[in-house]
Unconditional design. Structure first.
Ligand SMILES: NC(=O)c1ccc[n+]([C@@H]2O[C@H](COP(=O)([O-])OP(=O)(O)OC[C@H]3O[C@@H](n4cnc5c(N)ncnc54)[C@H](OP(=O)(O)O)[C@@H]3O)[C@@H](O)[C@H]2O)c1
Length: 288
């Protein structure tokens, strides 16, 4: 019997990982492109991350996604970092290069932007200010991507002002304006895009309290929370006639660069994938 083609191996490293949608995404692409491969969710405790990143490539793994609580620690464990991961200060994708070196990348920001541009192709980065709620890990990546895309002004609004100030200091860009959390509804005036990058609105968290009255009707409203798929913020925005963007799209598009490496094909975020990960969920209908 001829030998089967070698399996391409990739994995998510995190703790916990049982809830993750990443195996569904990557295994869908392996199947769709008929590439012999498997993507696993590996529960790796903090103390074991260095050992896992040293051993798994030697066992044939071509790369990893890295999630809580490893995104910062992975920065120190890889051999090289791309410019975005360095600026964001976190790694979400580790690629095993041909020479065995580990390249740390952060694809959350490009995933967000790809999702936004696909769902709302009429949105123009340079047209109007953006309001970004949050200054945590995801917000950092999104802030970098929006600034790189050419937004004229980034209004950063976070509950703890010190964290927003730290992000602004790290990114050192004169287009960033910090607005206090108390004044968040006023910050919406004249904006072309509102992004919720806090965990508010997520299952198990409080709802985001935000008065949308000052937001121009044409402004796009994006939520990066994806459980529930259509958040209360997106429902309220839709009721006011805003184009909306669901958080699930960011999750799907941030996976593309990793699969391009370990699958060898730039994969498409297709309808089948949406229905696989959404599980027939309550879509906000953001895909035009
Ligand atoms: N769609 C995707 O692909 C994707 C990717 C990554 C993350 N996410 C989602 O994005 C959310 C944030 O993730 P993260 O990794 O950035 O988390 P994180 O680093 O823990 O940051 C959490 C953010 O939410 C804010 N926040 C939390 N509770 C709050 C409250 N009661 N009132 C006001 N602000 C509050 C925090 O403000 P403080 O700084 O004041 O604490 C901070 O800005 C999560 O829901 C996560 O599931 C989605």
């Amino acid at each position: 019997m001829p030998h089967a083609a070698p399996q391409r191996l990739a994995a998510l490293l995190g703790d916990p990982v049982h809830h993750s949608l990443s195996p569904r995404i990557h295994n869908h692409w392996f199947a769709r492109y008929r590439i012999p491969g498997i993507y696993l969710a590996l529960r790796v405790a903090e103390r074991d991350l260095a050992a896992a990143l040293a051993l798994l490539p030697r066992l044939g793994f071509l790369g990893f996604n890295v999630t809580m609580p490893h995104k910062q620690r992975a920065l120190e464990l890889v051999d090289r970092l791309d410019a975005v991961a360095r600026r964001v200060g976190a790694v979400n994708t580790v690629l095993v290069m041909e020479d065995g070196a580990l390249l740390g990348r952060n694809t959350d920001g490009e995933g967000f932007l790809a999702s936004l541009k696909t769902a709302r192709p009429a949105w123009r980065a340079d047209a109007a200010p953006v309001v970004l709620l949050g200054a945590g890990g995801a917000a950092r990546a999104i802030a970098c991507a929006l600034l790189d895309a050419g937004v004229p002004e980034l209004r950063l609004v976070n509950r703890s002002r010190a964290r927003a100030e730290a992000l602004a200091a790290d990114l050192a860009d004169s287009r960033i304006r910090i607005t206090s959390w108390r004044e968040r509804s006023k910050a919406l005036s004249g904006a072309g895009l509102l992004v919720n990058a806090t965990s508010l609105g997520m299952h198990g968290c409080a709802e985001l309290e935000l008065d949308l009255d000052a937001l121009p009707r044409a402004a796009v409203v994006a939520d990066i929370v994806y459980a529930p798929r259509c958040t209360a913020l997106l429902r309220r925005a839709q009721a006011r006639g805003h184009p909306v963007v669901e958080g699930l799209g960011m999750l799907l598009y941030q996976a593309v660069p990793g699969f391009a490496h370990w699958g060898g094909v730039v994969p498409e975020v297709d309808e089948r994938l949406w229905s696989l990960v959404a599980g027939g969920g309550d879509s906000g209908g953001n895909r035009g």
